[in-house]
Design a protein around this ligand. Structure first.
Ligand SMILES: Cc1ncc(COP(=O)(O)O)c(C=O)c1O
Length: 374
């Protein structure tokens, strides 16, 4: 008998989602005006320990809005790790600025902070650390560098809900933190995002630009002094977000337990590199990411195909940004070498990582993976 398919990630909607959405719908509050938006923002800010949280339509919009609020625009450069999802750099392009790439660390896949200084120019305005797959980027030296050079830190915490750096929540470590609530994230609203900050002025700008630059106070006159965006999250979506947030600690614990089980089975196995650890890092394990090394005896792509044939879904790592034609055509400088990103990109995959994964499913994934080894 064929064993059931294990998706790489599926949402867990096990709390008050339906109740809150029903409440929003039955009362007719389905647009972005509505109590759930405010409540989701307030509770998220409290969860993160920040002053302000501003809902948006997705994580990409969060990054764009954060850059705009920080005043980043044409002629500016933003340091972005080359090993990240395209949205990090796309947001910089939307703002009219230029992404400047820095390689990742070989083992964590996170921005190599020691390589940032060599990429700074008089036009550099911001750094965008990304906490890849849930492992926090090394924020202390990055913050020192940013302070020394007067740079804004826009954290891409899309993959890091529940992650902590030196016991501080990711997304609360820079000037602005950006989150995604896409369906595979630790908490999800299907599509959705949030920007966080402690700075009241930045928060005002976030609210102003996300709502087409309607004046923030006074009567709703159709007078606009700037060009803004419609990045408003609907109340129905925030209703799901609030229900998810009520269970965030459970979901993060479940993902960490997945990782513990995977580590137990896979650490030390020939040809497999398990996720790196750092003393400063509390990893929320958004995804359990491994490298298939040469001595596994089968390529990463062949491993993915082999697992797929056995009903196990995986995803390959990002293709580094310096290899993205769209960014080259935009005018991003892709010269130089990025050996660590290349290494990870060629060998990395992530295994099924849903919060609701069972011990039996993890055992099956590991068994099938190891059976593929030559
Ligand atoms: C690192 C990173 N940044 C940004 C995003 C964009 O988020 P969204 O898909 O909600 O636009 C993602 C998406 O998953 C991501 O992984």
């Amino acid at each position: 008998m064929k064993e059931p398919f294990i998706p790489v990630c599926e949402p867990l909607l096990a709390g008050n989602e339906l109740k809150y959405v029903t409440e929003a719908v039955s009362k007719g509050w389905i647009s972005s005006s509505g109590g759930f938006v405010k409540e989701f923002e307030q509770r998220f800010a409290k969860y993160l320990g920040v002053e302000h949280a501003v809902t948006v339509t997705n994580g990409t919009a969060a990054l764009h809005l954060a850059l705009v609020a920080a005043g980043i625009g044409e002629g500016d450069e933003v340091i972005v790790p080359t090993f990240t999802m395209i949205a990090s750099a796309a947001a910089v392009c939307y703002a009219g600025a230029k992404p400047v790439f820095v390689d990742c660390e070989r083992d964590t896949f996170n921005l190599d902070v020691s390589r940032v200084a060599e990429k700074l120019t008089p036009r550099t305005r911001a750094i965008m650390p990304v906490h890849v797959y849930g492992l926090p980027c090394d924020m202390e030296p990055l913050a020192a560098l940013a302070e020394k050079h007067g740079l804004v830190v826009v954290e891409d915490a899309a993959e890091a809900i529940g992650s902590r750096y030196d016991d501080q929540p990711c997304g609360a470590l820079g000037d602005l933190g950006c989150f995604s609530f896409f369906a595979n994230k630790a908490i999800t609203t299907g599509e959705g995002g949030m920007v966080t900050t402690d700075d009241a002025e930045l928060a005002q700008k976030l609210r102003y630009f996300k709502n087409l630059c309607f004046p923030l106070t006074g009567p709703r006159r159709y007078v606009h002094e700037h060009i803004g965006f419609n990045y408003r999250m609907p109340n129905t979506v925030a209703a799901i977000g609030l229900a998810q947030l009520e269970r965030v600690d459970d979901y993060v614990s479940m993902r960490r337990e997945n990782a513990r089980r995977y580590n137990e089975r896979l650490r030390g196995e020939r040809g497999i590199t398990v996720p790196a650890e750092r003393a400063y890092a509390y990893n929320s394990f958004w995804m359990y990411a491994i490298l298939i090394e040469d001595d596994f005896g089968l390529s990463r792509d062949a491993v993915m195909q082999g697992l797929e044939a056995r009903g196990i879904d995986t995803r390959s790592f990002f293709v580094p940004l310096h290899r993205q034609t769209g960014l080259v055509e935009y005018g991003a400088d892709v010269s130089g070498s990025y050996p660590n990103s290349e290494y990870a990109s060629a060998r990395g995959l992530y295994l099924p990582s849903s919060s609701g994964l069972t011990a039996e499913q993890i055992e099956r994934v590991c068994r099938e993976l190891l059976a593929l080894r030559r």
